[in-house]
Design a protein around this ligand. Structure first.
Ligand code: NAG
Length: 209
C-alpha cells in the first residue's frame, strides 16, 4: 500500500514548519496587539488562568439601559487568549435594553436562561431578522452586524453569549453618536436628526458639544 507511507511523509512536512503551542495565557501587563496579548511565562501559568468565576453573579442593572454585561474576554480571562473564544453574561431588568451595537471581532451565539428577550440583527442588505426568545432559545448574530436585545418580559432576563473571538469588542451606536464630543451640528448633518433631539440624547449618554 502506497497510501500510508505518503500520509506519514505528508505529516512530517506539514508539522515541520512551526512548533505546536498548547496555549498562550495572556500577559495582561503587556499591551494587547492585533493578535491578542503576548504569552505569559508558562512557568507562571496556573489553573486559575483557565478558570473565570465571575459569571454566576447578576450584573448591576441600575443604569440608563437597565442592563449589565459581564465579559469574560481575554482582558478579564487571560486563559482564552489565542484561542478565539470568549463569553459574556447579560442581565436585563424589566425595561432593560442593549441598544444597537456591534462586535467587530467575532460572531455571537446567545442562549436565554431566564426570562424573555426580543433580539435581532440587521443584515448588510438592511433586512431585519428578529424574534422573541424564551428560556433555552439560542440566536446567532453574524460577525460585525448591528444587533440588539430588549427585555420583553416583566421579570429579570438573563442570557449567556459566546463569541468566535477572544476580544470581540463592543461598540454601542448610541454611545458612538451621543456619548462623546462630536459637535451637535455634525451629528445632525450625519444622522438627519434634529438638534434638540441630539442635545437630549447627549445628556442621556454623557456627551458634550
Ligand atoms: C449598582 O449601581 C448603582 C449605580 O451606579 C449604585 O448606586 C449601586 O450601589 C450599585 N449596586 C450594587 C449592589 O453594587
Amino acid at each position: 500500500m502506497m497510501i500510508l507511507p505518503l500520509f506519514f511523509i505528508f505529516c512530517l512536512f506539514s508539522s515541520s514548519h512551526a512548533a505546536v503551542q498548547d496555549f498562550c495565557v495572556g500577559d495582561l501587563a503587556a499591551p494587547q496587539g492585533p493578535a491578542g496579548y503576548s504569552c505569559k511565562d508558562p512557568s507562571k501559568v496556573t489553573v486559575n488562568d483557565f478558570v473565570f468565576s465571575g459569571l454566576g453573579i447578576p450584573g448591576n442593572t441600575s443604569n440608563l439601559i437597565k442592563a449589565a454585561l459581564t465579559p469574560a474576554f481575554a482582558a478579564q480571562f487571560p486563559g482564552v487568549n489565542g484561542l478565539g473564544i470568549s463569553l459574556v453574561r447579560l442581565d436585563m431588568a424589566p425595561g432593560g435594553v442593549v441598544p444597537f451595537h456591534t462586535h467587530p471581532g467575532g460572531s455571537e451565539i446567545l442562549i436565554v436562561v431566564q426570562g424573555t428577550i426580543f433580539a435581532g440583527f440587521v443584515s448588510l442588505a438592511n433586512t431585519v431578522y428578529s424574534k422573541t426568545l424564551n428560556k433555552g432559545d439560542v440566536i446567532v448574530f453574524p460577525q460585525g452586524l448591528l444587533h440588539f436585545q430588549v427585555n420583553a418580559g416583566g421579570t429579570l432576563a438573563t442570557a449567556f453569549a459566546s463569541f468566535s473571538s477572544q476580544s470581540p469588542g463592543l461598540q454601542i451606536v448610541d454611545y458612538a453618536l451621543f456619548g462623546n464630543n462630536l459637535p451637535t451640528e455634525l451629528v445632525a448633518a450625519t444622522t438627519f436628526l434634529d438638534a434638540a433631539q441630539i442635545i437630549k440624547l447627549k445628556r442621556a449618554f454623557g456627551g458634550t458639544g
